[in-house]
Write a protein that binds this ligand. Sequence first.
Ligand code: ATP
Ligand code: FE
Length: 335
Amino acid sequence: IFILGIESSCDDTAAAVLHNGRILSNVVATQEIHQKYGGVVPELASRAHQQNIVPVIHEALSRAGISKNELSAIAFTRGPGLMGSLLVGTSFAKSLSLGLKIPLLDVNHMQAHILAHFIEEKEFEKPHFPFLALTISGGHTQIVKVTNYFEMEVIGETLDDAVGEAFDKSAKILGLPYPGGPLVDKYAQKGDPKAFPFPKPKVEGLNFSFSGLKTSILYFIQKQVKEDPKFIEDNIEDICASIQHTIIGVLMDKLKKAVKQTGIKQIAIAGGVSANSGIRQTLKEAETKYHWKTFVPKFEYTTDNAAMIAIAGHYKYISEDFADMGVTAKARIKM
Ligand code: ATP
Ligand code: FE
């Protein structure tokens, strides 16, 4: 089974070819244009997708060493995401499937982030059902009970900002360029996580809230900079380590609660923020500390990619869960 995966939900145009669950190629064109605006500009994103999609798919096929006529099916991101961006991938996938007379597979982007754990890799072990997935990305923060490939139940989610936003907005306060998450991670590695204690947001049950944290970081920084204009510059490592430590603390508290509530001790993390070195390390430590079995994705499958779309498509293909030509992009879809 050869599946072509196409991802265009936000600002990355990506294509991947999967052979029987194994990756043959995984190509991502990241749009740099948004950096100078400090966030993704939807109109620019869809225009860049239109420019990138053909070359990116060509590159994925050529690196995989197959021709388009060998493909078994086309998988694409139907949503959630930016409408204009989703439309480019959706229309392209539909036309290609029509032209090649092969099935079309619609994929939920958030399910795909989780299913990235099922890509065949020698040194990577896959989770067994049921497991808990913590999806932490630029637009989502969810705890998901995963019973089967497409049986997923959200048991906790953010009431306001996503974790990725919390990282990016904190970074912005510190004057770091967008997206600031990876930079906070980089500085945090050299800082003291207990240097500046920030209050952990209090939310009942398994839900999250990150907007209050962002505000308290803003007020703290403003106050310090007033007293010492070089405060950020002199303390960037400690500030980043403290912010990251607080965020990880929140995530771990909720995970512990979710484990207690469900009795499930297998935890997988997914989404862009699962690239964070602090989160990866904390989760690995939880294996001995709490006797959990934890799964962290390979780096290239954390942020948006098409390999995860292709693997989701692979499982849909096996169960013959095809999309019809009437399928439309959806900016918001439930798990
Ligand atoms: P969604 O998947 O919810 O639609 P998205 O696709 O925009 O959102 P992803 O590409 O999955 O999000 O993740 C991007 C986010 O991950 C950004 O907010 C980015 O700052 C964050 N991120 C990436 N690497 C790291 C890191 N090492 N530490 C912290 N955050 C990171
Ligand atoms: Fe994503």
